[in-house]
Design a protein. Structure first.
Length: 132
């Protein structure tokens, strides 16, 4: 039980590092797109897409003890999950940012934190699960 807890802690630290890198990339793209006057929800979607691709690619290599093999079925399920997640998250950023209570940057941060926790659970328990 302690071994499982230690492995989960190590995995979570690796996920945090990958997540920070992916979110920096995502935020940079979101900021650039919104600076270019692209709608907030579209800017967020573009940024999140690049961040997710980075997380998935790095996660397959570094989150588990050994690399997870690519599967077309998994790629379709992951793609569908993230398509829905991007729609929900980008729309939430737009709605929260338009309320006058939060800036779009703070809305992005708030929604990204929630999405990151849900994504960790999804990646850890399904997308990057070794099936041997």
């Amino acid at each position: 039980c302690i071994r499982d807890s230690t492995q989960l802690s190590k995995r979570y630290v690796r996920y945090l590092i990958i997540g920070v890198l992916s979110n920096v990339l995502s935020f940079a793209i979101f900021s650039a797109c919104s600076y270019l006057a692209i709608r907030i929800d579209v800017s967020a979607s573009i940024g999140m897409t690049f961040g997710i691709l980075n997380t998935y690619t790095l996660g397959r290599m570094f989150l588990k003890e050994k690399p997870v093999k690519h599967s077309h079925k998994t790629a379709i399920i992951v793609g569908t999950y993230y398509f829905i997640a991007i729609l929900i998250t980008s729309r939430s950023i737009e709605l929260l940012g338009s309320t006058q209570l939060l800036s779009y940057n703070f809305s992005w941060l708030s929604c990204t934190i929630v999405a990151s926790i849900v994504n960790f659970i999804f990646l850890n328990n399904y997308a990057l699960k070794n099936t041997e």
